[in-house]
Design a protein around this ligand. Sequence first.
Ligand SMILES: Nc1ncnc2c1ncn2[C@@H]1O[C@H](COP(=O)(O)OP(=O)(O)OP(=O)(O)O)[C@@H](O)[C@H]1O
Length: 455
Amino acid sequence: MLEVQELNIKKVKPEDKPAIIVNNVTKEFIIPHERRTTLFENIKGFFSPSTYEKFIALNDVSFTVEKGDSIGIIGDNGSGKSTLLKIISGILRPTKGSVEVNGKITPFLELGVGFQPDLTAKENIEVYSTIMGLSKKEINRNMDYVLEFAGLTKFKDTKLKNFSSGMQVRLAFATAIQVKPEILLVDEVLAVGDMEFQQKCLDIFREYRNEGITMLFVSHDLNAVRRFCDKTILLRNSEVVAFGKTADVIDRYVYRVDSKQDDIFISTIENNEHQEVILNKPSNESKTTGSEESIEDSIDFVEKYRSMANFRWGNKKIEILDIKFLDKNGNEGDSFFSGDPMTIIGRFTSKELVSEPIFGFEIFDERGNQCFGSNTKFKNIKIDSINGDGEIRILIKELPLLQGKYFVSVSCQSKDYKITYDWHSKKYFFNVINNSDDIGFIRINFDYEIEQGGH
Ligand SMILES: Nc1ncnc2c1ncn2[C@@H]1O[C@H](COP(=O)(O)OP(=O)(O)OP(=O)(O)O)[C@@H](O)[C@H]1O
C-alpha cells in the first residue's frame, strides 16, 4: 500500500527536469511613429499623444529542450531567432508567457559586450576572465592558449579599438570557452571568422556536444546545423512552424513547404509549473566597434571578394534582366540539397533584332575558383535571333556540388565573342546543403564493389 502511494507521488529530481521550457512566449516591441526632439514638438505632442505600433517578434512560442539536446534554430532574417535566444538568456523579458531554465546558461550572443576598447587584448582577457570567476592563477595559465585560439598572439599588447570586428569576436569567443557551460546559447558565431576559425569553433561545439552539454544553436549555416543539431526549430514569421528531426526541418525550410505538417513533431509542454527566470543583463551594453585602422579583416573575405568581383558590363543590346534559382518543386530559392535538380532561369530583353547570340554561365566557389563554365555555343545550340523579351533555362538534373556557397555569372555575347551584350559577374549566389556524410566540395556518384578472395 505504501509502495503504491509512493508511486503516485511524482517526484522530479532537478537533474531530470528539461534544460529549457519555453511556454507560450510572445514578444512585442513598441515602435514609436515619431520622435520628439524639439521643445515645439513636445508642446505640440502634449495635445496630440504620440502614436506607436506594436510589432510581434515572437508569437506564442512553446517548446522543451531536454538536457544534453543539441537544438538548431533556423529561419529567415527577422523571423525572431535572436529575440528567442535573448529571452531564454534573460536579456529580454517576454511580453507574455514564461521560460524555465534548469542549469547555468552561457550565452554566446553579443560576443564582446563588456570588452573595453582602450584595454589591450591581454588586459581584456584578464578582466573578462575575472568576471567569469576565474582565479589569477587560472587566467595566467590559460592566457597563451586563449590568445593562440583567437589567432591573436602577435597582437596581445594591441588595444582592442584597433582590432577589426572579426578579431574582437575571436577574442571574445576564445575567452568565453575557458569555462565549460551547462547550457550554451550560440547566435551566429560562425557568421564571423575565417574558415580556420570557424573550424575551431565547430570543433569546440563538437566537443561540447559529445560531453552532453545542452546547446541552442542559431545559424544560417545549414550545413553546420545539420552536423551539430539532433533536432531543429524552424521559425517563420515569429512562429514555430516546425520542431523535429534536423534533416526533416531543414528539408522543409529549404523547399518552403508553408502549411503546417503533422509529421513534424511540434513540442508540447506538459509541466505547467514554470518559474520565470530573468537573468542579469550584461552590465556594459556598449558594443565595441571595429576600427578603421583594422590590422586584419579576413572575416569579410567573402563580402570583399564579392564587392570586388560583382560587376557588370556590356552594351546591353541584349539585356539580362534577372536570374532566379528554382528547386525541384519549381519554387524560387537560394538553398539546394546536393544531388537535387536545380534550374537557373534568366530573363532577357532586346530592343532590336540581334542575330546568333551566345548565352553562357559560370559557377565559382567562395574563394573565386571557377568550378564550371559553359555556353550555348559549346553545346551546339544555335539561337537564330533574339527580338524582344525571352527566358533562358539552364536545367541541372543533379547538382554535382556537395556543400558550400557558390556564385554565378551569366553572360550574353555575339557569335564570335567580340561583343559583350551583357555580363553579370558573380552577381548571384546559391547554397548547397550536404545531405550525406560525404566530405569535400564535389559530389561524385559512385558505387563500391568489393571482392574477397576465397580460401
Ligand atoms: N529592440 C527591438 N525593437 C524593435 N524591433 C525589434 C527589436 N529587436 C528585434 N526587433 C525586430 O524583431 C524581429 C525579429 O528580430 P530577430 O533579430 O529576433 O530576428 P532574427 O531571426 O534573429 O533575424 P536575423 O537572421 O536577421 O538575425 C525583426 O523584425 C526585428 O526588426
